[in-house]
Design a binder for this molecule. Structure first.
Ligand code: NAD
Length: 501
């Protein structure tokens, strides 16, 4: 899907912005009338004042979700009925994709190209794929003797809180909502306070698709109020969270302090992009290297910022990556020519600039970019550092901005040792022509996704999540995502032979 700048601007001027929470099938203000501002980071302009849900609003949402779950209109609906509603929702997202994409772009600073791809293509694919899974998921029969029949059945787990990040606002909503709804759960979505607008619009589309009242609630607000109220709620059974490792830890504490709800975590990363000596450093490899670090302005949990390159090839690699980095158009996110939009907030821009200063201060060589540009917009030039060493701050901490670092390594084992030397374990890319080396690294890298000869996070069919401080055992995507939202029940039936032994 593509869109001209003129059309994007027309839509931006006319787009309907929903600022109210969505609870029990209807839009409503926060009970106390509190609001917070959504700012367009590309211009610094206020987009809207959005309802700021407090603990009492989360209570209302949880009560509606529980009522809906207990009532059974969704949780006990025939799988094919759930499937029909989710397929309709996919269709409605596709029909409204242009408007949703523009809304997402002005709310987040993401490029219109990425927003159209995510919302016109990926988001509906998620609803469609899990819709199709709803009536194709079977239970099991246990291997008992003839004196019993033991059924292992999956049931919707209950009321789930879905706490979302700002970097892929509607896509992360779909990653979690599609399997949770397909499983039959009732959901309370908390979009990130930086990017609440598309999740609020999605609620109306879900209602139009036929989702019963109370099954999907959207409660915008800040983390310390709305997010914490979800974490601490005694009548929410599960929370699935994507965001920072620090806040992921808070949710474990909230659970311990409340009802021991189950917490699924998908958090940060410091992912390596490994180029072995035998790799062909052609345009394809360079494109993957650049996109792995700069896609979404580097605001990506699996950004391959640490590029570990065979020392003998590091100079050649760096020269090509610098040229590619300089070719990115940075600027108006609504312009289809733009490759890198705005950082999500001024505060985040400052944080990324702090890392760039630290990189230079600790002795990395600045080979491209390094400047904040486009004020009052929050843009940063794509930045390349070379001559990284493993101990440098920019080689260890997640930056979450358009910064790529080239770290020369000597041989396979040193590449593996440096790659493993991190608290995170979300993703890794390996480029080599040697299949044995590729498989060796894929087996020994402690991370949720290893991508060979191309940067990829997989797609709807493949589970996504992290080892170590990047995640819990929970996975988004693939059939595995359903596991987050179902309980497993054993039904043991004693059987007596009607004709004697
Ligand atoms: P965050 O963890 O602060 O926010 C994620 C979600 O958690 C948001 O909905 C937020 O409102 C909520 N939240 C924040 N504080 C909370 C609290 N005390 N209690 C309950 N909920 C709370 O992430 P961020 O501020 O958006 O970004 C900070 C860092 O997180 C980034 O720089 C990056 O390192 C990481 N991040 C990772 C991902 C990812 O996909 N893994 C996405 C976004 C951010």
């Amino acid at each position: 899907m593509t869109m001209t700048l003129a059309r994007a601007r027309d839509i931006a001027g006319a787009v309907r912005i929903e600022t109210r929470a969505f609870i029990d099938g209807a839009y409503c203000d926060a009970a106390g009338g509190e609001t917070f501002l959504s700012i367009n980071p590309a211009t610094g302009e206020t987009v809207a004042a959005v309802a700021h849900c407090q603990a009492s609003d989360v209570d209302r949402a949880a009560a509606a979700a529980r009522r809906a779950f207990g009532g059974g209109a969704w949780s006990r609906a025939a799988p094919e009925a759930r499937k029909a509603v989710l397929l309709k929702l996919a269709e409605l997202v596709r029909e409204n994709a242009e408007e949703l994409a523009v809304l997402e772009s002005i709310d987040s600073g993401k490029t219109i190209t990425d927003c159209l791809n995510e919302i016109g293509h990926e988001v509906p694919t998620f609803f469609q794929w899990y819709a199709e899974l709803a009536d194709k998921t079977f239970g099991k029969v246990a291997p008992t003797g003839e004196d019993a029949l033991a059924l292992i059945v999956k049931e919707p787990a209950g009321v789930v809180g879905l706490v979302l990040p700002w970097n892929f606002p509607l896509l992360m909503a779909a990653w979690k909502l599609a399997p949770a709804l397909a499983a039959g759960c009732s959901c309370i979505v908390k979009p990130a306070e930086q990017t609440p607008l598309t999740a609020l619009r999605l609620a109306a589309l879900a209602a139009e698709a036929g989702l019963p009242d109370g099954v999907l609630n959207v409660v915008p607000g800040e983390g310390e109020t709305t997010g914490a109220a979800i974490g601490r709620h005694d009548d929410i059974d599960i929370v699935s969270f994507t965001g920072s490792t620090e806040v992921g830890g808070y949710f474990l504490r909230y659970a311990a302090d409340s009802n021991l709800k189950v917490i699924g975590l998908e958090m940060g990363g410091k992912s390596p992009f490994i180029v072995l000596e035998d790799a062909v450093i052609d345009d394809d490899l360079v494109e993957h290297a650049a996109m792995s670090a700069f896609w979404n302005g580097g605001q990506n949990c699996s950004a391959n910022m640490r590029q570990l390159v065979a020392a003998s090839r590091a100079e050649e690699f760096a020269a090509k990556v610098v040229a590619r980095a300089k070719a990115f158009v940075v600027g108006d996110p609504l312009d289809p020519a733009t490759g890198i939009g705005a950082m999500v907030t001024r505060e985040h821009q400052d944080k990324v600039m702090g890392y760039i200063a630290k990189g230079a201060g600790e002795g990395a060589r600045l080979a491209a970019g390094g400047n904040a540009i486009g004020a009052p917009g929050t843009f940063i030039e794509p930045t390349v550092f070379t001559d990284l060493t493993p101990a440098m701050t920019i080689a260890r901490e997640e930056i979450f901005g358009p910064v790529l670092g080239v770290l020369p390594v000597k041989g396979l084992e040193e590449a593996l040792a440096v790659a493993r030397d991190t608290a995170y374990g979300l993703h890794a890319t390996v480029f080599t022509r040697d299949i044995d080396k590729a498989i060796y690294l894929a087996r020994r890298l402690p991370c949720g996704t290893v991508s060979v000869n191309g940067f990829s996070e997989g797609n709807v069919t493949t589970p996504f999540g992290g080892y170590k401080r990047s995640g819990s055992l929970a996975r988004d995507n693939g059939a595995e995502a359903l596991d987050q939202y179902v309980q497993t029940k054993t039904v043991w039936i004693n059987v007596k032979s009607p004709v004697g032994a």
